[in-house]
Design a binder for this molecule. Sequence first.
Ligand SMILES: [Fe+2]
Length: 273
Amino acid sequence: MVKFIQLSDLHIHGSEKEDNVNCRKIMDFIVNKYSNDKQNEKPIILLTGDITDDGKENQYKNAVDILKPLVDNEFKVLATPGNHDYGLAGNIYTEKSQQLFQDYILGELIDIPKAKQQGIKMEDIYPMVTIEGDVLFIGLDSVVGNEDEFLHFASGEVGKPQRKELVNILKTNANSGKKVVVYFHHHPFYRNLFKKIVLEMDDAKKVLRILAGLVDFVCFGHKHVSDIWTAEHNIDWILGSGKTTERNDQYKFQYREVRIDGDNNEVSMITFK
Ligand SMILES: [Fe+2]
């Protein structure tokens, strides 16, 4: 059995704003809730981007400080960047912010040895494959594909090199019997023609074609709206997370918890005050 929870769009600031305060509350709740779980039953934490609000160094420092209780309490954390992690207002991507994500989130917080190696860039890290029990987690950087364009209006792209590698990973895994969870930040499909420009990945169709029939879960964030699709695009579960640091209409926090036990998959929503 493998369990994971998805947290997204935390938007941690450089000063102690509401998102920071809320995120600390969420950390307390998670650490408490699972404190009696055996080590191998603790949920894996999926962070699907926009961990920081603008990709500034003081925001990354705060993010490490706020999220540290997870690693201190031996939760395994997996993360992928969002448009806001790479620069101003999520619309301008800078190499500096990209490097800060690598240094602070992947290096300092999650402690991925490769992320700390000299000369290694984000492009060398994603797709990031992590195997936990019978589950293969594949993290994609959905920002990096169009980083050469100065202004993005928040859109993203997985890009050709990652797509190519993704095809190979899925081909290799095809007969392994392992379940597959793919996670990234941007929306993989969006039907509103105008909003599509800012919410959907530029290569969304290509990515979905690669994933169809070969993965069990797709998890993403970005839109700040919680949503769920079952058996669409030939994928069992597509899970869109809301902004975890924002309370819902009932003034409660919420996040999704997923339990994968052989062919029995269970998706539930946890809410708390
Ligand atoms: Fe975003």
